[in-house]
Unconditional design. Structure first.
Length: 285
């Protein structure tokens, strides 16, 4: 039986219409991270975050018949879709939901609690927000049309130099302005400072996973609090833990059976898991 038949793959999130038309990728699936030798080659410490996310998605995305997908698709995905993919990778194990620990901000309380996020909830939020490809922002006598920022935009902005946050935001918005056909519009109109807040709010509303907020109810003091969660950072931390677990399993198999790394990864991952279970069983005897 092939390794692919044992993978608990999940369907790739619904692509924005323009992306689907451009790439016509067919059926895509995301396989779990932390199974293969290639997963150990991802450098979580020294890779710029936009590049890291692209590497992870390229590593774990497959077409039918297990074919890998080129990186250009992932660079062109909106940031929110990239985050949705990371969340699916994080949920690729047995757990159906992501659990996030919270603490009540009431200093007189400080009670710990936990919230749960399911991928079905995330998909529903995304489908509603992505009902249109463009983000339209009414500004006095005109409507400014924007596209959602992508992984490529993130990388370009990371490499840019800006005098302050306002200058950075203006430069970013100008790169996102499109015309009625959805094409780049050039530098766009002069952006007033008083417009930037509305533009930023509109972009967040139409890409809600980028600055994800959830209302948390404290069971002890009944305080309701709006909490912002960095879902990208949360996912990357979880995927790094999956990589460390894989590294630990390689170390354990090498120490017990005296196999080389190449020999270990020549064994299908599901059989490796059984060998590890046998090792643990012997230790528990």
């Amino acid at each position: 039986m092939s390794r692919v038949e044992h993978e608990r793959v999940r369907p790739f999130p619904r692509l924005p219409e323009a992306i689907g038309a451009r790439y016509a990728p067919g059926y895509l699936a995301l396989r779990p991270f932390g199974l293969y030798e290639s997963d150990l080659n991802v450098d979580f410490d020294r890779t710029p975050r936009p590049v890291l996310v692209t590497q992870l998605l390229a590593c774990c995305t497959r077409r039918a018949q297990s074919e890998q997908v080129g990186q250009s698709l992932f660079w062109d995905l909106p940031i929110g879709k990239r985050i949705e993919c990371l969340l699916i990778l994080l949920l690729s194990g047995e757990e159906p939901e992501i659990r996030i620990a919270c603490r009540c901000p009431n200093t007189a309380c400080g009670e710990s609690s936990e919230i749960e996020i399911s991928i079905e909830e995330v998909a529903a939020i995304q489908d509603e927000a992505y009902a249109t490809d463009r983000v339209e922002v009414p500004l006095e006598n005109e409507v400014l049309a924007l596209r959602r920022p992508t992984g490529s935009d993130q990388l370009a902005w990371l490499e840019g130099s800006f005098a302050d946050r306002g200058a950075a935001l203006k430069a970013m918005v100008r790169t996102l302005i499109v015309n009625n056909n959805g094409d780049a519009h050039g530098p766009g109109p002069g952006l007033r400072d008083e417009w930037l807040g509305r533009i930023e709010e509109a972009l967040e509303e139409h890409d809600p996973l980028v600055n994800f907020t959830v209302r948390v109810h404290c069971p002890s003091c009944a305080l309701d609090d709006l909490v912002t969660i960095d879902l990208e950072e949360l996912s990357l931390r979880g995927l790094r833990q999956a990589q460390l677990r894989l590294l630990a399993s390689v170390h354990r198999l090498a120490a017990y059976y005296h196999w080389s790394e190449r020999q270990i990864f020549a064994v299908p991952y599901w059989r490796r898991a059984r060998y590890l279970s046998l090792i643990q069983h012997e230790k528990d005897q």
